[in-house]
Structure formats: C-alpha cells, structure tokens
Design a protein around this ligand. Structure first.
Ligand SMILES: NC(=O)c1ccc[n+]([C@@H]2O[C@H](COP(=O)([O-])OP(=O)(O)OC[C@H]3O[C@@H](n4cnc5c(N)ncnc54)[C@H](OP(=O)(O)O)[C@@H]3O)[C@@H](O)[C@H]2O)c1
Length: 250
C-alpha cells in the first residue's frame, strides 16, 4: 500500500473536486496529508466544498472545457505551490443521450468535457509534475464502455479514448519517472446519481450481478486512486484498474 511519506506535505490537483467522486478523492488525499487544489465551474459549490474539506483544500474556479482557463489554473497552482506531485483527471459529463437524437453540439460537448480536458490539463501541468516528487497521474474512466451500455455511445467513445491517451502518455513520460494510470469505477451511488438516475430496480440488479453484494460508494473508489498515485504502485503504469465490486472481469 502507501506510506505516510507518499502524501504528507505533497501537492495534488483534482479536476471536478467540488462534488461526487472528485470530492471524495480530495477528502482522501487531504486526510493523508496532501494540499489539494481542485476545480469546478460553480464558485458557490467550490467554496462550500473547500469549507467541508478543511484548511489544506484550495478551490480554483475553472471550466476545464476552456483551454485558457486550464492555463490559468496551472499558472495559479504553479504560483502558489511551485510543483505538483499528483494529478487526477476526474471531470466528465455522463448525460444519457440516445444516439438517434445526438446533435453535433452534444458530440462536441462530450469531447470537450470528457477527453480534451484530460489531455490539455495533463499538458498544462507537465512541467509542475516534473518538478514534483510524486510523479503520478490517474485518469478516471468507467466500466460503462467495457459493457457497451446504452444510451452512452458518445460518453463511452470519449472514455475509451482516455484508455489510448493513458497508455501512450505512460510511454512518453515513463522515461522521466512519471506514471499514468486509469481507474474505472462501476456505478457509484453519488448524490447526483441517486437524485437523477438510480432506481430501486437498478440497485437490486447491481446487487444481483456483482460478485460483492453491496452498492458502490465514492469511498470504495478513492483508495484505488490513492494506491495508483502512491509509491506502492511504483512499477505500475499504463494500466486500467476496475473498481466495481466484481461486475466486469477480464
Ligand atoms: N458516479 C458514477 O457512478 C461514475 C461511474 C463511473 C465513472 N464515473 C466517472 O467519475 C468521474 C466523476 O463522476 P461524478 O459522477 O462524481 O461526477 P459529478 O457528480 O457530475 O461531479 C462532477 C464534478 O466536476 C465538476 N465539473 C463538471 N464539469 C466541469 C467543467 N467543465 N470544468 C470543471 N469542473 C467541472 C462539477 O462541478 P461544477 O458543476 O461546479 O463545475 C463537479 O464538482 C467522471 O469522470 C465519471 O465519468 C462516475
């Protein structure tokens, strides 16, 4: 696993940390000793999360769909922290869009939210990661594209694109000692999922098909992300770690 030195006094960046899984990644990293810079679009949500996360949480309002704002985020973190040890590319939009109704705008929005930011944020933070000691990146995927679930064609196209990005990135930056991996969660019972999507029948079905008979919570995903960031994973790069209570096995 990891030891105290992996996270104490270290600097992490989490995109989309004011809610959902990203909030829990921030919580886990802060509890382990990191200072965490996280972003989101809503200042109100971000400030509220910052208060809940405590004094080592730093919210920087940023829309990662906007390349100029990504540059501003990297500049601000560079100014305040001087380096980055860990980067978690977490932002995504999982809107359900039936393929037949898909518009050009939907298609662009999915690429601009789910894949383009992971590439541009990583590029913007590369020099800061070089200056850090942790030298690890985790991209957040999903098991959804492995299962070919619908109506998620464009979401899944972008998420499987993240696999190719992660693997090639691992090769390009590996010689510098920087690792890049991916965590693919199953369906997690975040506030938004419970409010907007999950039915009682869905819960029963998940329990039925999963090897482990409990519903996934954000706290189940965070330790996997932290492991891949930590020195415990020093020899692991370009990999996909599925965290889904045993639904997808391959
Ligand atoms: N929840 C699940 O069941 C599940 C399952 C598999 C994979 N995943 C993956 O896990 C990750 C997190 O999902 P989630 O369900 O926790 O998401 P979520 O509840 O929708 O939270 C998304 C976070 O990202 C921020 N955000 C959204 N768009 C942004 C943008 N353009 N720029 C900056 N911040 C932005 C949101 O804040 P603002 O709205 O204020 O910007 C919020 O803090 C995603 O990559 C998702 O694909 C989730």
């Amino acid at each position: 696993m990891w030891n105290d030195n992996d996270f104490k006094g270290r600097v992490a960046v989490v995109t989309g940390g004011s809610d959902g899984l990203g909030f829990d990644f921030c919580r886990g990293l802060i509890e382990a000793g990191c200072t965490v810079y996280f972003c989101g679009r809503s200042v109100e949500r971000g400030r509220h999360a910052e208060e809940k996360l405590g004094e080592r949480a730093r919210f920087v309002a940023t829309d990662v769909c906007d390349a100029a704002q990504i540059q501003d985020l990297a500049r601000e973190v560079g100014r305040l922290a001087g380096r980055v040890d860990y980067l978690v590319n977490n932002v995504a939009n999982d809107d359900r869009i039936a393929f037949d109704t898909l518009t050009e705008e939907d298609c662009d929005m999915m690429w601009r939210t789910n894949l383009r930011p992971a590439i541009l944020v990583t590029k913007a933070f590369l020099d800061l990661l070089r200056a850090g000691a942790g030298k690890a990146i985790v991209n957040i995927g999903t098991t959804n594209y492995m299962l070919g679930l619908s109506p998620f064609t464009t979401y899944n196209a972008t998420k499987s694109g993240l696999v190719g990005f992660t693997r090639s990135l691992a090769h390009e930056i590996g010689p510098e000692g920087i690792r890049a991996n991916m965590v693919c969660p199953g369906w997690v019972m975040t506030g938004k999922q419970l409010e907007k999507h999950v039915t009682e029948a869905d819960k029963r079905e998940l329990i039925e098909v999963q090897a482990l008979k409990f519903l996934l919570e954000p706290e189940h995903i965070t330790p996997a992300v932290m492991f891949l960031l930590s020195s415990g994973a020093a020899a692991i790069t370009g990999q996909i770690l599925v965290v889904d209570a045993g639904k997808v096995m391959y």
